[in-house]
Ligand binder design. Structure first.
Ligand SMILES: *Cc1c(COP(=O)(O)O)cnc(C)c1O
Length: 378
């Protein structure tokens, strides 16, 4: 339906097909599916890639957040500070532990947690902070680390969109007490199904997550705590090892695509291109533009009519979701998050995007831009 889709996983598969198929065949021949050798090797490789001592493969990014938080001591009645401008999984992981998400607003330039708001949101019940490295760019972590350390509060980074991103030379996942990675197929490092990983330097968090993912069991049929069934498949790990070798190259392509868009779009009035903080290396999980909220939906319509897929991440902030009605938030509580929901859209930025596709997107965005004054008079 779209001649320029938001993501083209088939193009990526084509580029690794032989290697991936051989790796899958090997796992099939061995019939070793749960937590096998490939999982162990991937854990070592991801830990080394992220600059942490340890990594533990789990069933999803959501589980990675939840298990890391529980290992960091979060439980019933606690509060965990995070943002309302993120995917539901961030807050869901908190709530499913019986804790309560305590939201703080985002910085409107970076779309990530505003570190200036964190300290005043802390209470006696605050146990942890979950900064979300949204769209592939790290949160401004140092001020958050400073207040968290001074109060003994743990940090679990939501790195679902940011594997490979860096902040002041340090990799996403190595900045807090633990990092949660997602291998959901559409993420920058995507499996052929669900998967996730916790990365950490902390021995206790490492040991706890390892226990939790196999029913709280260090040796068979002996259970020291109640855990979960949350393991990474060996098949997925075998595929991910192949993709990990290419991840930096893919990120470079994403940055190249973003630069191409920026050179054309930054001159256009009323279109705001992504802001990259000077200390950050962005991995552009998404390339997101901001326009006037009155124009946003017409913009999407125009792109759709021209075969270009774009998408809103995210249309409804978490504090206004029906499932969080009981938290008692209302419209206006987090103006930046609400503004971002109404005025942003993501364009195709995936690594396999062809030069002709990029040029076509630029052409159509410019065409729309020319029509803006007409639309505004309507
Ligand atoms: C994808 C995503 C998750 C959840 O990851 P899953 O692997 O799908 O469970 C969590 N947080 C953010 C910001 C995400 O984008």
């Amino acid at each position: 339906m779209y001649n320029t889709p938001l993501l083209d996983l088939k193009a990526q598969y084509k580029s690794i097909r032989k290697e991936a198929n051989a790796a899958i065949k090997k796992v099939l021949d061995e019939q070793s599916f749960i937590l096998g050798k490939d999982v162990e090797e991937l854990e070592e490789e991801i830990a080394s890639y992220c600059g942490t001592k340890h990594a533990v493969g789990v069933a999803s990014g959501t589980d990675a957040i939840q298990l890391a938080l529980r290992a960091a001591g979060v439980g019933s009645g606690d509060e965990v500070i995070t943002v309302p401008f993120t995917f539901i999984a961030t807050a869901e992981a908190i709530s499913n532990l019986g804790a309560r998400p305590a939201f703080v607003d985002i910085d409107i330039k970076t779309y990530t947690m505003d570190p200036r708001l964190v300290e005043r949101r802390m209470t006696d019940k605050t146990r942890a902070i979950v900064p979300v490295h949204l769209y592939g760019q790290c949160v401004d972590m140092d001020p958050i680390i400073k207040v968290a350390n001074s109060r003994g509060i743990k940090i679990v980074e939501d790195c679902a969109q940011a594997i490979g991103a860096a902040y002041k030379g340090r990799k996403a996942g190595s900045l807090g007490d633990a990092g949660a990675i997602s291998f959901f197929p559409s993420k920058n490092l995507g499996a052929f199904g669900d998967g996730g990983m916790v990365v950490t330097d902390d021995e206790d968090i490492y040991n706890d997550v390892k226990l939790m993912r196999v029913h709280g069991s260090a040796s068979k049929y002996s259970h020291s705590i109640l855990g979960y069934n949350s393991r990474l498949d060996n098949l997925q790990a075998a595929v991910l090892k192949i993709k990990l070798k290419r991840l930096d190259g893919w990120a470079e392509k994403r940055r190249e695509n973003a630069r191409f868009y920026n050179t054309h779009f930054s001159k256009l009035e009323r279109i705001t291109v992504p802001f990259v903080a000077p200390h950050n290396v962005h991995v552009y999980h998404q390339y997101v533009l901001m326009v006037d909220s009155k124009l946003r939906d017409k913009f999407i319509e125009y792109l759709t009519a021209n075969g270009i897929e774009s998408r809103v991440y995210y249309p409804i902030p978490l504090h206004l979701q029906q499932c969080y009605k009981d938290l008692g938030y209302k419209k206006g509580d987090f103006p930046n998050s609400e503004k971002a929901c109404l005025s942003t859209l993501a364009l195709p930025v995936y690594p396999e995007l062809k030069k002709s596709d990029k040029k076509y997107v630029v052409e159509k965005v410019k065409e729309f831009h020319k029509k803006v004054h007409i639309i505004e008079r309507e």
